[in-house]
Design a binder for this molecule. Sequence first.
Ligand code: M6R
Length: 609
Amino acid sequence: MCGIVGYVGEKEAAPLLVEGLKKLEYRGYDSAGMATISEKKVLIEKDVGKIEEVDKKVNFKSMKGKIGLAHSRWATHGDVTKENAHPHTSMKEDISIVHNGIIENFADIKKKVGKEGHTFSSDTDTEAIVHLIAAHHEGNLKEAVLKALNELEGAYALGIISSKEPHTLIAARNESPLIIGVGEGENFIASDVPAILEHTKKIIYLDNGEIGVLTKDNVDIFDLEGNKVEKKIHTIEWTVEKAEKGGFDHFMLKEIFEQPSVISETVEGRISEDSIDLNGKTGFTSEEMKRIKRIIIVACGTSWHAGLVGEFMIEELAKIPVEVEYASEFRYRDPIVEKGTLIIAISQSGETADTLAAIRHAKKKGAKILSIVNVKGSSIARESDIVLYTKAGPEIGVASTKAFTTQLIMLYLMTVEIGHVLGHTNDQQVKNRIRDLRLLPLQIQSMLDERKNVHTLAKKFIEKAHALYLGRGINFPIALEGALKLKEVSYVHAEGYPAAEMKHGPIALIDKNMPVVVIATKDDRTYKKVLSNIQEVKARGGIVIAIASKGDRDIKKCVDYILPVPQNSYILTPLLAVVPLQLFAYYVAVLRKHDPDKPKNLAKSVTVE
Ligand code: M6R
């Protein structure tokens, strides 16, 4: 939720930290701050607001020092105030820390160090940590940190510096993501790769219960007993350009536009003209597939919507029963996990706390875990038995777009392959499915080229306070996703509903002020039924925007506006229907003068419960 970046090296830390922090702003943006060490003193600047606003006030780059920490906050404990912004410091102002996570026993720690004379200047849980480290400090920072960590309960990613050891940067992790970037004559810590990608592609993933001790030339990792741990250095494939806006006004728009290419990248190396290969490095073998008797998909938000589409695909083509669960609910239930139950976790970030807890819960019950994840080496990926990586590249916009479409692609590949292995799809059908898939990038591109129509339509709806999204069958989750996109970036209240359910309640809301977005692509299953649902809306004066198949003349007669999508097989229509809905939400947000990349109250990775 919060973003952390830290540096130790030969360069001035502040310019580098502020640039890194901007790349992490998607994680939280209510306050920002920085600490450096210069002339054996800890310097701190922090305030309320987005990084650029805070920077204008305090001029981060004027802070001297070749070691430092920076933080963008997403408040959990304590209001959004300057005092509660990070970094926090010890009373002697010699130790400074930044934190992402929640310390559950902070009240006990506060009481304990309070008795020893420590006074607090913020309402945060974080400040308890720095006082605890100070209380244990007897000349060795690492030892003091280890002692403090052994008393902490809860989640943390921490960056710690001290003017007493001005060349050492300490990182610590439990449940909140933190990586170490290994450079030449410099080393980094960060909550996520984009913050340091410009400087190094060599990454060490800290595991829970590990601390990193970094100097400019060295990185050592220890467990909480102080034993040295050998860690692998991974090389990241993402490029700097992929984490930049690249000429677009917002990351969200850039990421919507990247969909044709990231779909191609996700299938690259996994399909030939007539076959799908998911085995490769992932180990998702035919034998594994044959063992599956039942699937439970766990995910949150947009990834949960991908799971609902997956349910439809898998039951239809692979004939395996599927349930889709909110990870946040699943983790507190007593689910039945029998032999042959496969848990599929879907997550862009691979760090969503609820999804991570759900897979741990299922693992305890003996389930096998397969995850569909975008961020390499993330916690969910590391804790899964099988990982299918989507290749969406860094997704910076808080609203998930390209990650969603690549999740659908991965579910599709998986479904077709399982269906083939289990004998429900023959060789020719596999070939046809691959052919359909290959059409997608160009079809999506053609819709992006027509974006002006969506922009024009968005202009007509910027004053509306509510919207209803309807879909049926495999496109019902797309109605949910369209509504979520509109809600989160433009703050318009929107609800997604199965079209036929409308008459059981929501129809009461329909009048001339209610825009109703209906996914009504042509197919031989529900199309005619959806047309009837549209008539029901029109009969009550509702305004209908139809996501309809290109060239559909029938629908023209009964709706107010059409956003056309190209035709493909029914099972792939969600990948097409979602694109105009993403664009619509984006344009409504921008026209209402909101920043779609940083919707209020939201954070990109939800690493707390
Ligand atoms: O990283 P994850 O896919 O696990 O994230 C899950 C949700 O937090 C995420 O999809 C969220 O709903 C997005 N803001 C939706 O655009």
